[in-house]
Design a protein around this ligand. Structure first.
Ligand SMILES: [Zn+2]
Length: 435
């Protein structure tokens, strides 16, 4: 009796389950039909096939078009793959592009629909697909959950985990900031990527993806990473570093640079006037100078003069001595004070960059002041592109030991001058970095 009763109860449950299943399937199908009808109804011009709409609205999109049918839970295939790809591109989807319409894809479709004022049913019908592939499709904008304060709601930081982090990593990778695994773990690499993104977008670079950061990150204002030379790049160049001559690094008294050329003969006198006959410079540097002044000419800046280039230690000694003498005679200074006054503008013999044959004093013929001339402005803006640096600058006086000299440029080679400009390094600082 008891056994029989149990069997019939089991059969009853089985029948009930079957009936329920049939009812559910029917309801689901009805819901889908309804959605399809509703979506069809809001499609603006039914006469245009989705293919045409896509081609006219978004040129450059892949021409593979889904046939006008529903993509939904458990749909599989190429169209789903394409859908996932597109959702990922727009920042809605961070899962795998596997052609299988699962819960992740549905959520992404819902988010897309919600953000575009469509019925957020998670089913990609005609109007959803049309909009998704059109130029009007917007990138994902995360919204803070209403239950929490905006700051904490949208904040991701070290230790955060989950889909939002995955999405963040995906987006950072897309923009070139993140090269690690898209694993949903907010670790060191993610923090670093967020920090660089923030600093490059003028945000507080704290490595925490707060509301402001996230909003910018997912917006169209988010820019690709700009790669700047790293200290490693300087290391690579360290095999061929510019020569350093200063108070701490004097040159041998008998040093003579190789390959000196007579500048009066080497340079076109209509391009640059060589103030003193017999002025010499190292060929490579003089050639770079000519190339630079030709570019200046193209920019309409002419009338250049070289007042000094290579100077032997002996020459420097006589310049130094005459300066000291002048301070003593004209200003009535003691020899000691005259020497220290001279040292402010004239290098001790052996410590002048002019000994290298790579330094030039650039002036304007007939003018005593160089600072403030259009030649000076052009030179300071462009010399770096030709391998020169403005060697003694105001903000580096403490490091170079020289008062600023607008006219004195030094040839170091393009690969160095460009890094020095970019990082605002004087030669001493630059060489320190390469150590
Ligand atoms: Zn000089």
């Amino acid at each position: 009796m008891r056994r029989k009763g149990r069997i019939s109860a089991f059969a009853l449950i089985l029948i009930l389950a079957l009936v329920c299943a049939i009812l559910l399937i029917g309801a689901a199908a009805a819901a889908n039909r309804q959605t399809y009808i509703r979506e069809k109804a809001v499609t603006p011009t039914p006469s245009i096939t989705p293919r045409t709409v896509r081609i006219t609205e978004a040129p450059g999109q892949p021409t593979l078009t889904p046939t006008p049918r529903l993509l939904q839970m458990n749909s599989v295939g190429l169209e789903v793959k394409e859908l996932q790809e597109r959702l990922r591109e727009l920042g809605y989807y961070s899962g795998e592009v596997d052609g299988q319409y699962g819960g992740g894809t549905r959520s992404a479709v819902q988010a897309f629909q919600g953000q575009h004022g469509l019925d957020a049913d998670g089913i990609a019908g005609e109007s959803t697909l049309n909009l998704l592939y059109s130029a009007n499709a917007q990138t994902f904008v995360p919204t803070p959950t209403p239950s929490a304060t905006p700051e904490t709601a949208a904040m991701l930081g070290s230790g955060s985990q989950g889909d939002q982090v995955k999405k963040l990593q995906q987006r950072l990778a897309e923009l070139g900031f993140y090269t690690g695994k898209v694993d949903g773990d907010y670790g060191k690499g993610t923090k670093q990527a967020v920090t660089v993104f923030q600093s490059q977008h003028g945000l507080d670079a704290d490595g925490i993806a707060g509301e402001k950061t996230l909003r910018l990150l997912y917006s169209s204002a988010a820019k690709q990473i700009v790669v700047t030379p790293t200290p490693e790049a300087i290391q690579v160049l360290s095999g061929n570093l510019p020569m350093l001559v200063n108070k701490d690094h004097p040159i041998d008294a008998d040093f003579v640079p190789a390959d000196l050329v007579d500048m009066s003969k080497h340079c076109d006198s209509t391009l640059v006037k060589i103030k003193y006959k017999g002025t010499q410079g190292v060929r490579e540097a003089v050639d770079a100078l000519i190339e630079m002044l030709e570019a200046a000419k193209k920019d309409g800046v002419t009338n250049w003069q070289v007042s000094a280039a290579y100077r032997s230690v002996k020459d420097q000694q006589s310049i130094f001595d005459s300066n000291v003498k002048s301070y003593m005679n004209k200003n009535g200074l003691s020899r000691e004070k005259a020497i220290s006054a001279t040292r402010k503008t004239v290098a001790d013999p052996g410590t002048s960059e002019h000994h290298t044959g790579l330094a030039f004093d650039i002036t304007v013929p007939g003018t005593s002041a160089f600072q403030g001339t259009k030649q000076c402005t052009w030179l300071h803006a462009h010399c770096w592109d030709y391998g020169f640096v403005v060697r003694y600058q105001k903000d580096k006086e403490d490091i170079t030991g020289f008062l600023a000299e607008a006219w004195h440029i030094r040839y170091v080679g393009k690969e160095h001058s460009q890094v020095m400009r970019e990082k605002n390094l004087c030669l001493e600082e630059y060489l320190d970095l390469a150590k």
